[in-house]
Design a protein around this ligand. Structure first.
Ligand SMILES: [Fe+2]
Length: 242
């Protein structure tokens, strides 16, 4: 069984198309989206429609929550200068798009044929805004994963791919499709974006379990052309990113 995990697309349809083409070439039984789907980028609707077509499980991200209720943007840790993009994105959505976003679940658990159990989430299983990184102290991991019995734990949100042992468990981050970060985000020191899209394929065959953290290059000039034509409030921000 092969499962593709995509996360943090952020309305970057150019990057998503490159990833979907790669998933097709690699083969996957299912595509699971780990959240932060459509805000920030120039093509929220194209992104949403492609996700409806290719994914079957959708996890709620903090940006998805903020689109549903933008008054919560600060509490959902959306950087202030990105808030106008949230409203720009909201103006483009229909009632059924909102209904679709509201249907996103907080976690998803599945079992592979060999009995390995996997838990999917956005930030952590308890919050969309928790950031789990290679340097997160084990005591914090104990708090985030208290009571969880799955042995493979996969999220997004940090925009940095990760493969980390945690006792006998494995913590994975599929990275970001649309906003791959150069280094970990910290307030006042925002990272630039990398000119590729990131995602993961997790597969199980017989007694073999495999994680493939993939990087797919996409055309950033094409993306910036789309940004320029879109009228997105954050147009200047995108042009500073690459
Ligand atoms: Fe996020």
């Amino acid at each position: 069984m092969r499962i593709a995990f995509i996360s943090d697309i952020h309305g970057n349809f150019t990057a998503l198309q490159a990833v979907l083409a790669d998933i097709k070439s690699q083969g996957a039984d299912q595509v699971i989206c780990l959240g932060d789907t459509i805000s920030l980028g120039p093509q929220p609707l194209e992104t949403l429609n492609a996700l409806k077509e290719f994914s079957s499980i959708y996890i709620m991200g903090n940006h998805d929550e903020a689109i549903i209720d933008p008054k919560k943007a600060a509490e959902l840790e959306i950087t202030e200068h990105l808030v106008p993009d949230l409203y720009w994105c909201r103006e483009r959505l229909s009632a059924s798009d909102y209904e679709f976003l509201r249907s996103f679940q907080s976690t998803h658990e599945m079992t592979f044929a060999n009995g390995v159990r996997l838990l999917a989430f956005h930030g952590s299983p308890i919050s969309t805004t928790d950031i789990i990184q290679a340097t997160t102290p084990p005591e914090l991991l104990d708090k985030y994963f208290a009571g969880q019995t799955a042995t493979v734990l996969i999220g997004g949100h940090s925009h940095i791919q990760m493969h980390r042992r945690y006792g006998k468990k494995l913590i994975l981050n599929s990275g970001s499709v649309g906003n791959a970060f150069e280094f970990a985000f910290s307030p006042g020191n925002p990272p630039h974006l990398l000119p590729w899209a990131e995602y993961a394929i997790v597969s199980q065959s017989g007694n073999t379990f495999n994680v493939d953290l993939r990087r797919v290059y996409f055309n950033t000039d094409e993306l910036l052309k789309t940004v320029k034509a879109s009228g997105l409030p954050g147009t200047a921000w995108w042009f500073k990113q690459y």
